[in-house]
Design a protein around this ligand. Structure first.
Ligand code: ATP
Length: 203
């Protein structure tokens, strides 16, 4: 089975994440994709981070309509910092016949050699990237070539990026602006219902 691994803070999950996930499912002919909220993100500060339970539930609501997506709590259940290499080792143990494709945006791709045990990571999965900002494709392909010399297997996928970030969603909420065009309806409903990120329930 060809399995995509899509990890992120998902604080909150937004339409850019969905676009990325669906583009990869099709472009790489994946059989399924695991969506994995991280416990403590090693690459960024944890300011404004809502609970793992809330991020997991928002991911469930975002991806529930398509059975090819499996939202997983594998990293939330593990103590301490969540390193991708540990997750991949665990998944290899659970699904030894699967071929794993690690999905990421370009911002993460350019930091890959700073990741914990990156050489092992390159053995465990194919590194898959799509451009997050327009016109990055040439740089991505050059960088992929450099990583391949270090042992990585890379796939650069054409992605028409949706220019939205979780930071932007949180900022809109803080400013009292409408987020219905930025996140799936189930996620917008959950944010209001639980009053996440300082949102005010209109009821
Ligand atoms: P924040 O704004 O809080 O930094 P984020 O929007 O970057 O969050 P993450 O959960 O950190 O979201 O992202 C998870 C993965 O999704 C990363 O690999 C990131 O590059 C990718 N990603 C996020 N937003 C987009 C987007 N609009 N287009 C393509 N990839 C994206």
């Amino acid at each position: 089975m060809r399995t995509g691994i899509f990890g992120g803070t998902f604080n909150p999950v937004h339409n850019g994440h969905l676009k990325l996930a669906y583009t990869y499912l099709d472009a790489l002919a994946l059989d399924r994709m695991l969506v994995i909220p991280t416990r403590i993100p090693p690459h960024k500060k944890a300011d404004h981070l809502v609970s793992g339970e809330d991020r997991l539930e928002m991911c469930r609501r975002a991806f529930e309509s398509d059975r090819r997506f499996w939202v997983s709590d594998i990293e939330l259940c593990r103590e301490g910092k969540s390193y991708t290499v540990n997750t991949l080792e665990e998944l290899h143990g659970r699904f030894p016949d699967d071929e794993f494709y690690l999905i990421m945006g370009s911002d993460m791709f350019f930091t890959l050699t700073e990741w914990f045990h990156w050489q092992r990571l390159f053995e465990l999965a194919v590194m898959c990237v799509g451009e997050r900002e327009p016109d990055l494709n040439v740089r991505l392909r050059e960088y992929a070539g450099r990583l391949e010399k270090l042992g990585a297997r890379c796939r650069v996928v054409d992605l028409k990026p949706v220019e939205v970030s979780s930071t932007q969603v949180r900022q809109c909420i803080a400013d009292g602006k409408d987020i219905s065009g930025l996140v799936p309806p189930g996620v917008a409903g959950y944010i209001l219902e639980k009053r996440l990120y300082g949102s005010k329930n209109p009821q």
